[in-house]
Design a protein around this ligand. Structure first.
Ligand code: CUA
Length: 352
């Protein structure tokens, strides 16, 4: 061990650099993780369930921190105070066997601490899980697929993918969104750290959770349960609007897919290939549910569940060869010619 440390420290130009380097790493990682809207931050909850989890976590960390300081402090003190000295006689120190008081103390105290933590945790879980849905709360069904999210609003007749739009909740008019979580294939897990804890999406089972975002904006999330090759690119965003903006978004989403005569050629490509077996465009004969609903494809920020930004160039690249952007994606390469690709993409771009 001593040799290892020695060889490690010889790798650094100067031992005095170790501490500044460690500190710089901490500071840098802090600034990286603090980037707004890009990286989610579990220490900045912005929704009631996330706040409850955060409070319970803070208490647990504080209790564990105090225990760590006491145990670590005693250990450090003992190691230094009773270290081997030059004047030692080399004999064993006096041997002491047992102390009822001390043993009782270190049995009863941890039991009490664990009991308090259990009470706080069960209370938090009960608060979050047993929340009854208010009659005016928004209801959204989320279906996990390999590797994207199907989002349905049963009361509003809206179907979309990978983005959940919800109204903001304020103190005068709280508005919660209740999510019904299902899976079309394997186990996934819904996690938007600033809104709530993780909840699994299990095949043949319905799980429930709710969110109550208190700030307008975009919240990033991801699948938190390994679900196959592209688990890491099963990203998710929750977009929180002022009530008026939400109503406007919902009204737009309720429209049928655009029918622009100028892009008839591209429409013909879509309806003459097997695109329509997997995708829905409302108001047309395309009613597939295996892939994302495309009725308002261009209203979304990303393609392929966050694998690429939803730009015309990326959309073309995606249709041309989905595997090049998301290896393992279940969308096949349709082997379209360059001309067909141009036509199809110009049709898709009209689906706003
Ligand atoms: Cu879906 Cu991991």
């Amino acid at each position: 061990m001593h040799m290892l440390l020695k060889s490690l420290s010889s790798l650094l130009p100067c031992r005095k650099l170790i501490l500044p380097l460690v500190l710089a790493t901490f500071v840098l990682s802090g600034t990286v993780y603090a980037a707004p809207d890009q990286v989610t931050n579990i220490f900045k909850p912005l929704s009631t369930p996330a706040e409850s989890v955060y409070q319970a976590a803070l208490l647990t960390m504080a209790v564990c921190g105090v225990i760590f300081l006491i145990v670590g402090g005693l250990l450090a003190y003992t190691t230094i105070r009773f270290r081997r000295r030059a004047a030692d006689d080399g004999l064993e120190p006096p041997q002491i066997y047992g102390s009822n008081q001390i043993e009782l103390a270190w049995t009863v105290l941890p039991v009490l601490i664990v009991f308090v933590l259990i009470l706080v945790t069960s209370r938090t879980i009960a608060d979050v899980q047993n929340k009854p849905a208010a009659s005016d709360s928004l209801k959204v069904t989320v279906v996990g697929h390999q590797w994207w999210w199907e989002i349905r609003y049963p009361d509003l007749g809206i179907v979309t993918a990978n983005e959940i739009h919800v109204p903001v909740s304020d103190a005068t008019k709280p508005r919660q969104t209740f999510l019904r979580l299902e899976s079309a294939d394997v186990a996934h897990s819904f996690w938007v750290p600033q809104l709530a804890g993780k909840t699994d999406l299990i095949p043949n089972r319905v799980n429930k959770m709710w969110i109550e975002p208190k700030q307008v904006g975009t919240y990033l999330g991801n699948c938190a349960e390994y679900c196959g090759t592209q688990h890491a690119r099963m990203l998710l965003r929750v977009i929180v609007h002022e009530p008026d903006d939400f109503a406007r978004w919902a009204a737009e989403q309720q429209q049928n897919g655009a029918e622009d005569p100028q892009v008839k050629a591209g429409r013909d490509v879509f309806f003459s290939t097997s695109c329509l077996n997997c995708h829905t465009i409302s108001g047309t004969s395309a009613r597939g549910r295996f892939g994302p609903d495309l009725t308002h494809l261009m209203s979304r920020d990303t393609l392929a569940s966050g694998a690429a930004p939803n730009t015309p160039e990326k959309l073309r690249a995606w249709v041309r060869d989905p595997q090049a952007i998301k290896d393992g994606s279940l969308m096949p390469n349709m082997q379209l010619t360059e001309q067909e690709l141009d036509q199809l993409v110009s049709y898709l771009l009209t689906l706003k």
